[in-house]
Design a protein around this ligand. Structure first.
Ligand code: AMP
Ligand code: ZN
Length: 451
């Protein structure tokens, strides 16, 4: 399926070639894309009407059959779907196929309580894999590459998503998953890894560990990184490229839309091509919910077009970005979104893991020794993030028994870790020592400077 295109010389020492995985679909013209989207949208509405959740909701909006969608403009008749809707529909309110047809589930990272679940049929996974293959080939990745996947495997979609995509391309996959820097470096050197999939913060961190692990850049064959799962600036990308001497490509996705492989940069790195034969992309004003034109920053809203088990209509991602107006020299026609500039909610991303401050509150407030005030602080710890949870505890706890306080600290730490997945630093404070707010409490202090 490979097709070579124009040759482009990068600032790095490697020659980059614009290659396609599926040239026809990647360069599809508007006159073909729109009828295809309309047909797939009708299929999606038809699938959605089979779910208990959408059936009620679509009926209320006057959509009783896919034939009520006559043009792509009729998308406006469909109400938005939110993360809360997904929680409300948990566990199976959004399942559109027989459960026998489901072969895998994924959930959104970092959320406990009521998670959001996405079901996948074999066809769903196959389509997802195609999108990932298409995305990575757009960066010049090929079957000759050695791919070390440093994203977590499991319910988080980053690991398995890229794994299957890279295998489909025919590359050699090293499925190490996240963490264990020493082993990562050893494998990178011994198996001549050319491409890594990594969070931007871990990419910076891993470089800082070269020296103590006796690794010199010259020992490695590294050419490129796919970086994603957390927000990062253009300067962070440049820094990663500079210190690791590679090309770094931004990869955006979310578990509700499969995971990675939704929007990906090509070799030109001018925004992320969003695969419009598989998703309808809208940018809306987060307040008025009115659609915004190209170039205007707003909230990304996606409608799945090819998903059978969990169709999602006009899903509000809460991520902010804009669509580039110009076309890309790579000839791909799928519109490009900017890097993610922020979120419309208070979701925090700490070392690639999503969490809401409310999750932290829920955990600490159920611990009887904890008082009424707390604060969450985020700092940089080298290239990684550090989460500090400061909690006021009742004065009766300060008995001079240090062991008792240590045990309490451990208990809070452990309960937080079980809920938010990452390991926080816990500080115990005396009552009245943390700032009190008369208005809306400012509980989260984010001291991570954007580089
Ligand atoms: P999850 O559903 O756990 O995969 O998390 C998806 C969320 O991670 C998105 O909604 C974004 O907020 C964030 N995210 C993923 N990729 C990127 C990226 N390349 N840049 C910024 N944020 C990202
Ligand atoms: Zn391009």
């Amino acid at each position: 399926m490979f097709a070579a295109g124009i040759i482009n010389f990068r600032h790095n020492k490697y020659k980059m070639q614009n290659t396609f995985w599926n040239e026809n679909i990647e360069t599809i013209g508007k006159e073909q894309l729109q009828p295809l989207q309309l047909k797939l949208l009708k299929d999606t509405v038809s699938a959605a009407l089979k779910t208990s959740f959408y059936k009620n909701r679509l009926y209320r909006s006057g959509i009783k059959s896919p034939d009520d969608i006559k043009t792509l403009g009729d998308l406006n008749k469909i109400p938005f779907t939110t993360k809360d809707d997904l929680r409300e529909a948990y566990p199976s309110g959004l399942l559109s196929t027989s459960s026998d047809d489901v072969i895998r589930i994924h959930t959104s990272s970092g959320t406990t309580g009521t998670p959001t679940v996405i079901y996948h049929t074999k066809e769903d996974l196959d389509n997802w894999t195609e999108l990932v293959a298409r995305s990575i080939v757009a960066t010049g990745f090929s079957r000759s590459d050695i791919f070390q996947n440093m994203m977590s495997y499991g319910l988080f979609t980053g690991g398995l998503g890229l794994h299957y995509g890279a295998e489909r391309v025919g590359a050699t996959v090293i499925p190490i998953g996240a963490g264990n820097t020493k082993r990562q470096l050893q494998l990178m050197r011994d198996f001549k890894t050319t491409t890594i999939h990594i969070t931007p913060s871990y990419a910076l961190h891993i470089h800082s560990k070269f020296k103590e692990n006796n690794i010199k850049r010259g020992d490695l064959c590294l050419k490129r990184a796919f970086i994603g799962a957390e927000p990062h600036s253009e300067n962070t990308r440049k820094k990663i490229e500079e210190i690791l001497e590679i090309d770094a490509y931004n990869s955006y996705g979310l578990s509700e839309m499969n995971g990675p492989g939704v929007s990906f940069e090509c070799i030109y790195k001018r925004g992320m091509h969003t695969w419009e034969d598989s998703y309808i992309l809208e940018i809306v004003d987060p307040v008025t919910q009115e659609p915004l034109c190209e170039g205007k920053e707003g909230e990304i809203v996606f409608t799945t077009l090819r998903r059978k088990a969990t169709p999602l209509l006009r899903y509000r991602t809460r991520d902010l970005a804009f669509v580039y107006k110009d076309s890309c020299p790579c000839r791909r026609t799928h519109r490009r979104i900017s890097r993610i500039t922020g979120r419309t909610d208070d979701m925090l991303i700490v070392n690639g893991v999503n969490m809401f401050p409310s999750q932290i509150e829920e955990v600490i407030m159920r611990i009887p020794e904890v008082g009424t005030n707390y604060q969450v602080q985020l700092e940089k710890d080298g290239a990684l993030d550090r989460l500090i949870v400061k909690v006021e505890i009742y004065s009766k706890m300060f008995t001079g028994n240090v062991k008792e306080l240590d045990n309490l600290k451990e208990k809070i730490k452990e309960e937080l870790r079980a809920s938010i997945i990452i390991h926080p630093v816990v500080e115990l404070h005396e009552p009245g020592s943390l700032p009190v707010f008369e208005g809306k409490a400012k509980r989260v202090i984010d001291l991570r400077v954007k580089i």
